[in-house]
Design a protein around this ligand. Structure first.
Ligand code: C5P
Length: 218
C-alpha cells in the first residue's frame, strides 16, 4: 500500500515542529520529529561517556539504542526504557546532536529508524533532510525557514516563558553556528529539495503557515 508523506525541512527555530504537529493532527497522520532521534543519540552518548571523536563507538551506541515515541499532546521519548523528554530540548543536547549529525556513518544507521515511521494513513516528517534523503519520493515537500534574528527571538521567548535564563545575543550566535554546521556538512546538508514549496515564516503566524501547508496537500 502506498503511504503518503509530507516532509517539512528547514533550519532550527523556523517553526517546523509546531507546524508539523498541527498539520499531522489535522490530517490524522503520524508524526516524525527526526531531530529528536539525533537528540536521543546525543543523550545516549552523554550517558555512556563516549568520546565524540570516536566514530565507531558512536555508531555502536546508535545501533543498540532502543527508542520509543509516544505521540500524545506532547511528544514523550524513552531511551532504553527511560523517559528522556525533559533533556531533549536542552541547548547542550542540540549542540551534541548537531555535531554527531555531521557523521555519515551515524546518519546511515539512523536512516531506517526514521523510514520505519512511514505508517498508514500517512506521515508528516520534520527535519533537515526529510525531502532530500530520507523520503525523496514524498509527494508533498515544504522548506520552512525564517531569518536567524527571528528564530533567535522566538527561542529566547520560549526559554523565558519556561523561566530558563537566556541571553538573546548568545542564542543568535548559537543559531548561526548550528545553521552553518548543518548547511556546510558533507553528509545530507540542510538544503531545499528542488520540488519543495519555500515558506519564509519570519512575518507569518503559525496559523498562516499551517494554512499554506494544508493548501499544498489539498
Ligand atoms: O531539529 P532539531 O533542532 O531537534 O535537530 C537537532 C540537530 O539534529 C540539528 O541541528 C541537526 O544537526 C540534526 N538533524 C539532522 N537531520 C535531521 C534532523 C536533525 O541532521 N533530519
Amino acid at each position: 500500500m502506498h503511504i503518503p508523506v509530507l516532509t517539512i525541512d528547514g533550519p532550527s527555530g523556523a517553526g517546523k515542529g509546531t507546524v508539523s504537529r498541527i498539520v499531522a493532527k489535522k490530517l490524522g497522520w503520524n508524526y516524525l520529529d527526526s531531530g529528536s532521534i539525533y537528540r536521543s543519540l546525543a543523550i545516549a552518548l552523554q550517558k555512556t561517556s563516549v568520546d565524540l571523536a570516536n566514530v565507531s563507538e558512536i555508531v555502536k551506541v546508535a545501533q543498540v539504542m532502543a527508542l520509543e515515541f509516544e505521540c500524545g499532546d506532547e511528544l514523550i521519548v524513552k531511551l532504553n526504557g527511560e523517559d528522556i523528554t525533559s533533556r531533549l530540548g536542552l541547548e547542550s543536547t542540540g549542540h551534541i546532536a548537531s555535531r554527531i549529525a555531521a557523521l555519515p556513518d551515524v546518519r546511515r544507521v539512523l536512516l531506517q529508524k526514521q523510514q520505519d515511521f512511514r505508517q498508514a494513513p500517512g506521515l508528516v516528517a520534520d527535519g533537515r533532510d526529510m525531502g532530500t534523503v530520507v523520503f525523496p519520493d514524498a509527494e508533498n515537500k515544504v522548506f520552512l525557514t525564517a531569518s536567524a534574528a527571528k528564530r533567535a527571538e522566538r527561542r529566547y521567548k520560549q526559554l523565558i516563558e519556561k523561566e530558563i535564563d537566556a541571553n538573546l545575543i548568545q542564542i543568535t550566535r548559537e543559531i548561526e553556528e548550528r545553521d552553518r554546521r548543518d548547511m556546510e556538512r558533507k553528509a545530507a546538508p540542510l538544503a531545499m529539495a528542488v520540488d519543495a514549496l519555500y515558506i519564509d515564516s519570519s512575518e507569518m503566524t503559525i496559523d498562516a503557515v499551517v494554512e499554506d501547508v494544508l493548501n499544498l496537500i489539498r
